[in-house]
Design a protein around this ligand. Structure first.
Ligand SMILES: C[S@@+](CC[C@H](N)C(=O)[O-])C[C@H]1O[C@@H](n2cnc3c(N)ncnc32)[C@H](O)[C@@H]1O
Length: 213
């Protein structure tokens, strides 16, 4: 199921530009040479992430799931010189693309790209140290990511969770295991004391959660 009606999606897409020519090039290269290119955030979600980070002015952002780096670049382009985005992925085979574009856009000082498992990294973070986390890695671990990150986010900080509507599979009568993990995360975030949440039907659905100050 497409979350937004195709005609409305085209209308929005025609209005929205990539933040810079390099991102358009990165999207093209991803679609031409990397498996599962629909994992890339794309210009509409990329613009939303950019605006969100711009408004929050975070010092530390953590992204779980770099893929080819599109969303990391959109967020990093909104961050100040003294801030840091740590982005993690386990897929070394595609790492040449994010590395190439982080360098091309002079973002290597702002983006720390790590090829490592997301969960142990999250566990290693200090409590209340993160301004924003973007969860976009393996769906089966989504509940674990939230469970761990809720203590790592500072009061007033945010967690964004991608694919929260999972192409409409969240409505399935017999959801598969990955859908169950997404549903579990949504329920945990919406019912967790001290968190306020909403869902944006943007692309595949983005859950926005803020921790009470
Ligand atoms: C949906 S893609 C990320 C898309 C990217 N954030 C963007 O918007 O362009 C998910 C990525 O998570 C990575 N991943 C899967 N399991 C992981 C894990 N346990 N730890 C870190 N990354 C993981 C995959 O290799 C894949 O590149």
């Amino acid at each position: 199921m497409q979350i937004t009606q195709p005609e409305i999606q085209s209308y929005i897409s025609n209005l929205t530009a990539h933040l810079c020519p390099e991102l358009e090039e990165l999207e093209r290269q991803t679609y031409a040479s990397i498996p599962m290119p629909n994992m890339l955030s794309g210009k509409e979600q990329g613009m939303f992430l950019h605006q969100f980070v711009s408004a929050l002015n975070p010092k530390l952002v953590v992204e779980l799931g770099t893929y080819t780096g599109y969303s990391a670049i959109c967020m990093a382009l909104a961050m100040s010189e003294d801030s840091k985005l740590i982005t993690l992925d386990v897929n070394e085979e595609i790492s040449h693309l994010p590395k190439k574009y982080f360098q091309k856009l002079n973002l290597e000082n702002r983006i720390e790209y790590r090829l490592e498992e997301a969960l142990p990294f999250c566990e290693s973070l200090a409590d209340n140290s993160v301004d924003l986390a973007f969860i976009d890695a393996d769906k089966a671990n989504y509940p674990n990511y939230f469970h761990c990150l809720k203590n790592k986010i500072r009061p007033g900080g945010f967690i964004l969770v991608d694919n929260i509507l999972w192409s409409g599979q969240v409505l399935d009568e017999k959801p598969d295991n990955r859908t169950k993990a997404i549903l579990k995360t949504t329920e945990a975030m919406f019912t967790e004391f001290g968190w306020k949440c909403s869902i944006l039907p943007l692309r595949d659905g983005v859950l926005v959660g803020v921790k009470s100050s």
